[in-house]
Design a protein around this ligand. Structure first.
Ligand SMILES: Cc1cc2nc3c(=O)[nH]c(=O)nc-3n(C[C@H](O)[C@H](O)[C@H](O)COP(=O)(O)OP(=O)(O)OC[C@H]3O[C@@H](n4cnc5c(N)ncnc54)[C@H](O)[C@@H]3O)c2cc1C
Length: 434
């Protein structure tokens, strides 16, 4: 009897799980459901377009999707195209790998003004995400404020700061690059409630702000401690020390006259986004960090800007029939319920890099193998029948490869690839080749 396993979400966590299942349960039939035609989750729609090497990690996952025991069901949304109950009916085990990429709100006045964007939407826009390709963000003022002091905030500032030349090995969408080129940018601000030691940067990303063609990174040396104090786990202290050294280097070097400045502002808590019909500025309150927590000082200041991007954390989107718990799927060590499991950001929350998801998914697969019930389930035959009846065009992995090849063929040189940003255009490639 075949064991049928469904994975919901074709991001790194889901695909690491598929790879582990191929090893641990080689006789199983694994179906990977993804709501958009392209696989790879945030490798495609989150990772910054100028980090093209990181995006290429998708190659290792392509090998998994090519395996005969793996079926790719792109363009199939679990919850609307196929219900969670239908999956339960037809699979021996389900692994939820849906990520946690929906913006948390700041919860301050002015958040709904035109010109305020969550990082998911903003990053999705420059990455050609079908849901955000028409965001058309307001980039018509010299100032942009990014709320957050982690790698996503750095990505947003760096992508905005780079010239077309610096994007030559990037697969940023052409419409976004044109819009950035036209923007009269002068000041990019990154605001964080806590200090440089609490910041979530990694040294590589932070170091990339050193040497940008048209942008100078500014750090106030008065905000930097002499040394990294306190208890940290594992490699964390070393990372903090490297970050502090880079920040000191940025703070102490001579200021170069460049058209754009990238200002790192720590100890700054947003209180209100200012403006009448659109964003005109942001009011913040200075903080001090006591026992790792940002404590308000009562001292406020305002910064003019026409755009605000919030990069302050993410949560998992609800799926009917699945219980959420504080922004993730409720689980205990990856188990959600009998036969139902969760991996990746939907399990742990939005932290960690692509490789972090590997061991985590493998542990959950071991758990599945130890408690799998081998009752007879219809698996993909039943799902294919439902999709046909509902007239939903499933994208299999060969289909995706055709679309992907066309993206390389339509590259605007010297950039390597120009993505399709509308699902209908992806489907049209398949119609043409039929
Ligand atoms: C802006 C940004 C930049 C990043 N840059 C880097 C980087 O440079 N290097 C690095 O190592 N890490 C980076 N990361 C972290 C990395 O992307 C994550 O660790 C990783 O993507 C998490 O994997 P995941 O599979 O849990 O979630 P995701 O990658 O989000 O994958 C979840 C998938 O599930 C799909 N899905 C959701 N709901 C449904 C549904 N109902 N039905 C079907 N499919 C569904 C989604 O469409 C998505 O494809 C970045 C993260 C962000 C947000």
């Amino acid at each position: 009897m075949t064991i049928n396993i469904a994975i919901v979400g074709a991001g790194p966590a889901g695909l690491y799980a598929a790879d582990a299942l191929l090893k641990v349960l080689p006789e199983s039939q694994i179906d990977v459901f993804e709501k958009y035609p392209p696989p790879y989750g945030l490798i495609r729609y989150g990772v910054a377009p100028d980090h093209y090497k990181t995006r290429n990690t998708s190659r290792q996952f392509a090998r998994t999707l090519e395996d005969n025991n793996v079926g790719y069901f792109g363009n199939v949304d679990i919850g609307s195209d196929i219900t969670f109950a239908e999956l339960k009916e037809n699979y021996n085990a389900i692994i939820l790998a849906v990520g946690a990429y929906n913006d948390r709100e700041l919860g301050i006045p002015g958040e709904k003004l035109p010109g305020v964007y969550g990082a998911c939407a903003f990053v999705g826009w420059y990455n050609g995400h079908p849901e955000f390709r028409d965001l058309n963000p307001k980039l018509d003022q010299p100032g942009v404020a990014v709320i957050g002091i982690g790698n996503v905030a750095l990505d947003v500032c760096r992508v905005l700061a780079k010239t077309r030349n610096e994007h030559s090995n990037s697969d940023i969408s052409e419409y976004a690059l044109q819009s950035i080129e036209k923007a009269p940018l002068e000041e990019l601000h990154m605001f964080g409630r806590r200090g440089p030691i609490e910041a979530g940067f990694t040294p590589k990303e932070l170091g990339e702000t050193r040497d940008l063609e048209r942008c100078h990174a500014l750090v106030d040396s008065g905000q930097l401690p002499e040394t990294v104090e306190g208890e940290f786990e594992g490699r964390e202290k070393g990372i903090k020390e490297k970050n502090l050294n880079i920040l000191k280097e940025l703070a102490n070097r001579a200021v170069e006259k460049k058209p754009i400045s990238m200002n790192f502002s720590f100890y700054s808590s947003p209180k209100e986004i200012l403006g009448v019909d659109r964003v005109e500025g942001i009011r913040l309150e200075k903080t001090e960090v006591i026992d790792g927590r940002a404590v308000p000082t009562g001292e406020e200041f305002e910064v003019p800007c026409g755009t605000v991007v919030t990069a302050i954390g993410y949560h998992t989107a609800p799926i009917s029939g699945v219980t959420l718990d504080g922004g993730i799927i409720k689980n205990s060590g990856g188990r959600v319920d009998r036969g139902i499991y969760v991996v990746g950001w939907a399990k742990r929350g939005p932290s960690g890099t692509i490789p972090t998801n590997g061991p985590d998914s493998r542990d959950v697969v071991d758990l599945i193998a130890s408690e799998l019930e081998s009752t007879n389930k219809a698996g993909r035959e039943a799902i294919n029948a439902l999709l046909e009846k509902r007239n939903i065009r499933r994208i299999n992995f060969e289909d995706w490869q055709l679309i992907s090849e066309q993206e390389f063929a339509q590259a605007i040189t010297p950039r390597p690839r120009e993505r399709f940003t509308r699902v209908e255009d992806m489907l049209a490639v398949l119609e043409k080749s039929a």
